[in-house]
Every structure is written in structure tokens, then in C-alpha cells.
Design a protein around this ligand. Structure first.
Ligand SMILES: Nc1nc2c(ncn2[C@@H]2O[C@H](COP(=O)(O)OP(=O)(O)OP(=O)(O)O)[C@@H](O)[C@H]2O)c(=O)[nH]1
Ligand SMILES: [Mg+2]
Length: 460
């Protein structure tokens, strides 16, 4: 009987395991962020940022050749759909905008490949931006890029048709974006009055968006004392169609500047939604060298108390001469608690829009100077009476109470077309929330005792 031959094993061929990033690149790998403004409004905003920011790369894309001529020299211009629109705009036809992008798919792919993060900016309501942005975003996503969209909605006076175009565009684009921010142009009236010329109203919105995006880019590129890197961005942005709040705020360094900074950062008048209950927070604080730990702690605590207890919070610090005399923060929050797409509400009576939150840090009693703590001094006793904080205040008296108030309802009417749910809490409910959070925080006290950034350091 023939003996079964033992199985021979081939000597395994040593496969070269390729590192994710070639070693040469490890040193030189630079995050690639491309910001693409599509259509007239999107192009204007991106042009404005391109002037300020040398780091990221900028593209202004339009079917309208004339409009492209005015785009910043610092951005690349991408003219598309020539055979369909003959170098003009679409005349408020999003179908044409979409077709114009579809016929140039390959060029768009080239434009977006090799990027880490693509940020699309479009003012919705016209044909080019609204029609083309879902195609651009789809291509970017298929290339494996992170995608973030920043969109404005038309003014109410521009009519329901424009809002309908914007709404349809948002529905199409959201699935191809990790996160998106939506700002109704109407919100400009929170900052200016209705008699202000239209151009100025638009530029108010553009300025705020430009500042926020510039802050975001700085956060990505500027090395910090506690650095936020691209992996951090990925963590916060990952997900599908998450509603995001992006804001940059700056205050002069004087008494209570940290507190004022939080209030400003959390209350952008342009957003019809806040950060309450959000799932991911990334923020960077920039200041001059003397930025104190107490200030950093105050900002970080207040933000972490507002968001979902399970939220991922990533925190960075930059210091430098250019921040002399100021304290600045850029805040990117994802997973904000508000649905921006109505449930097929076409034709239905618009739901009553509830008021957006205003976050305010309640005044806390000033810290007692050392000499005033001397109980023997009768005069000091008298002065201290008012200033002494109540014994059973919030957790270790360090946490601030957040009070939500209402903004004038009339200014929200534009957003009602896409809003079908918002979070509204009165001061009492918010207080209860804060107390619940406190209880959870007490449980985690050992961890929370350490400021966020130090924890991050310790974990490493
Ligand atoms: N915030 C802001 N909104 C703008 C600006 N320009 C236009 N918009 C808004 O965006 C809407 C669409 O306008 P455009 O961006 O010019 O339209 P488009 O995408 O070029 O589309 P078509 O010209 O119709 O092909 C307008 O109805 C305005 O509500 C701008 O500079 N800033
Ligand atoms: Mg146009």
C-alpha cells in the first residue's frame, strides 16, 4: 500500500507589510484639507477665506464663468457644465446644476482625490450650488475623504421656491457628508436691522462663516501646546449627516474673559440650534503665554457639562504672540440635537417653531481675597456677606449653571421649513439636567478632577 505522502507545506513567502503611511511620509504627512465653494454665494465665501489662509487649498466652482472671474487669486477656479449652461448660471435650476456636475464627474474626482477632508460651502436656493453639491459630496465620499458641508438657507423674502430648492438639496447631500452646518441667512437679522442693505446682510453671514472656518483651519494646522491633530478631527466628524455647530469666538483679556468667551462661543446668533446633547466636541483655546489653568478649566468644564455625558470631547491649546491680549476659541460640535429635515412636510401647515437656546454662564460669587477671609475682622464680615456663595451650590461650587433663554420667535420663521424638532428647555428643566449631570460627574469624579487636556496626556 502506498503510503500517503505527508503534506508538504510551502515555505511561506515573506510578504512585505506595507505601513499605512510610507516611512518617508511619516515625517512629512501633512493633513490635506480642501475647501470647495460651489455656486455664486459659496464661491464668494471661499474666496474670502482664501485671502486669509495660506494653509488649506481652495477651489471655487461654478457654471457661471463671469462669477468665477471675481474669485480670489488664491483659489483654483473650476468651471463646469459649459456645454449645458454656455458659461452662465443655471437660472435657479438645480436639475441643470446637477447635470452640469455629472457630466464633469471625472474632473471633479481629480479635484477631490488625495484629500483628507473636503469642506463644501454652498449658499442653497440657487441652481448651481444646490444642484451640484450633492454630486461633489458623493464623489468626495466615494474617494474615502471625510466630508463636511457648510450651507446657508435663503432669506424668507426670496420666496418659498428657493427654500424648496434648498430643502431638496439638503436631503440629497446629507448622506454623503459626515457632518453639516446649516445657517439661515435670515439669522443675519439677529446682528443687523432689517433696513440694512442686502449686500451688508450677506456679508455679515459671510464674515461669521469665514471667521469660523478660518479658526477651524488654524486648529488643524497650527501646532499647539496640546495639539489637535487630524485623527482628532476624524473622531469628531465621523458619522453620517450629523448636524454640526462651528463657531469661533474671541474676547479681550480682562476680568472674566474665560467666562465671556464661553458665552460668546456658545451663542452664535447665526445658528438656530445649540450644542446641548451633542455627541462630539472639539475645541481649541488660543491665548497668550499667561493663559491660566483656571481659565482653561472653566471653559472645558462648561462645555462638557452641556453636551451628552457620553460625548467625545477633544481639547487643544495654542499659545503665541499673535494672541497677545486676547483669548480665542474655535468650537466644532457634532450630533447637535435637532432634526433638520422635516418628515415629508410638503404642503403641511408649518409647525410652530420653538425658540433656540441661549447659553449663559450665571454669575458666580467672586472669590474672597485672603485678607477678607480673616473672620476676626468685623468690617470684612459685613462686606463678605453678599459675596459668600451658598453652601450647597452646584458641584464643588465650581460648575456654572447654564440658563437657557428665548430669542425672538419671529427670526426663526425661515428655518421652520426644514425644522421638525427642536430641543427646548426652560431654566428649571435645564437646572434639573445640570443636576443629573452633576450626579454622574460625581461618580466619575476621580477622572473629572483632572482637566480634560491633562487626562488626554495621562492616557497616552
Ligand atoms: N450668505 C450668503 N448667501 C448668499 C450669497 N450669495 C447668494 N446667497 C444666497 O444663496 C442663494 C443662491 O444664490 P447663488 O449662490 O448665487 O446661486 P447659485 O448656486 O450660483 O445658482 P444659480 O446662479 O441659480 O445657478 C441666494 O438666493 C441667496 O440666498 C452670499 O454671498 N452670502
Ligand atoms: Mg450663480
Amino acid at each position: 500500500m502506498q503510503r500517503k505522502r505527508p503534506k508538504t507545506f510551502k515555505k511561506p513567502v515573506k510578504k512585505e507589510i506595507k505601513p499605512l503611511i510610507e516611512s518617508e511620509d511619516i515625517k512629512t504627512k501633512i493633513t490635506k484639507v480642501r475647501i470647495i465653494g460651489i455656486g455664486g454665494g459659496g464661491g464668494t465665501i471661499v474666496s474670502e477665506i482664501a485671502y486669509k489662509m495660506p494653509r488649506a487649498s481652495f477651489v471655487v466652482a461654478n457654471t457661471d464663468a463671469q462669477a468665477l472671474k471675481t474669485a480670489s487669486q488664491k483659489s483654483s477656479r473650476f468651471h463646469f457644465g459649459q456645454s449645458l449652461t454656455r458659461g452662465l448660471g443655471t437660472g435657479m435650476n438645480p436639475e441643470l446644476g446637477m447635470q452640469a456636475a455629472l457630466i464633469e464627474k471625472d474632473k471633479i474626482k481629480k479635484l477631490l482625490e488625495g484629500q483628507d477632508l473636503c469642506i463644501f460651502v454652498a449658499c442653497l436656493g440657487g441652481g448651481t450650488g444646490s444642484g451640484a453639491v450633492p454630486i461633489f459630496a458623493k464623489i468626495a465620499k466615494s474617494l474615502g475623504n471625510l466630508t463636511y458641508g457648510i450651507f446657508t438657507l435663503p432669506f424668507k423674502f426670496e420666496g418659498e421656491r428657493k427654500m424648496e430648492i434648498a430643502r431638496e438639496s439638503l436631503k440629497k447631500v446629507k448622506n454623503h457628508l459626515n457632518a453639516l452646518s446649516v445657517i439661515p441667512n435670515e439669522r443675519a437679522f439677529q446682528l443687523i436691522d432689517k433696513s440694512t442693505p442686502l449686500r451688508q446682510a450677506l456679508s455679515t453671514v459671510n464674515k461669521a462663516l469665514t471667521e469660523s472656518l478660518t479658526g477651524l483651519i488654524e486648529t488643524i494646522y497650527e501646532p499647539g501646546l496640546i495639539n489637535i491633530d487630524f485623527a482628532d478631527f476624524r473622531t469628531i466628524l465621523e458619522g453620517k449627516g450629523r448636524l454640526a455647530y462651528l463657531n469661533t469666538a474671541e474676547v479681550e483679556i480682562k476680568k472674566d474673559s474665560a467666562k465671556n468667551l464661553i458665552v460668546k462661543a456658545l451663542n452664535s446668533p447665526l445658528y438656530p440650534y445649540g450644542i446641548k446633547g451633542a455627541k462630539g466636541v472639539l475645541f481649541n483655546i488660543a491665548g497668550e503665554k499667561e493663559l491660566s489653568l483656571a481659565e482653561v478649566n472653566e471653559i472645558s468644564k462648561t462645555i462638557s457639562e452641556l453636551v451628552n455625558p457620553e460625548a467625545k470631547i477633544i481639547f487643544g491649546i495654542s499659545q503665541g504672540k499673535k494672541y497677545s491680549g486676547i483669548l480665542k476659541t474655535t468650537l466644532l460640535v457634532t450630533g447637535c440635537s435637532m432634526k433638520i429635515f422635516s418628515s415629508e412636510d410638503k404642503g403641511k401647515a408649518p409647525k410652530k417653531i420653538k425658540k433656540p437656546p441661549v447659553f449663559r454662564v450665571k454669575e458666580t460669587a467672586p472669590e474672597k481675597p485672603k485678607e477678607q477671609q480673616n473672620k476676626k475682622s468685623g468690617a470684612n464680615k459685613k462686606t463678605n456677606k453678599k459675596a459668600r456663595p451658598k453652601k450647597k451650590k452646584t458641584i464643588k461650587k465650581a460648575k456654572e449653571e447654564i440658563v437657557q433663554e428665548s430669542l425672538p420667535e419671529k427670526n426663526l420663521n425661515l428655518f421652520e421649513a426644514i425644522a421638525d424638532e427642536r430641543v427646548r428647555k426652560n431654566a428649571l428643566q435645564v437646572k434639573r439636567d445640570v443636576e443629573e449631570t452633576e450626579a454622574e460627574m460625581l461618580a466619575k469624579e476621580r477622572i473629572w478632577e483632572t482637566p480634560t487636556f491633562l487626562r488626554r496626556k495621562m492616557e497616552k
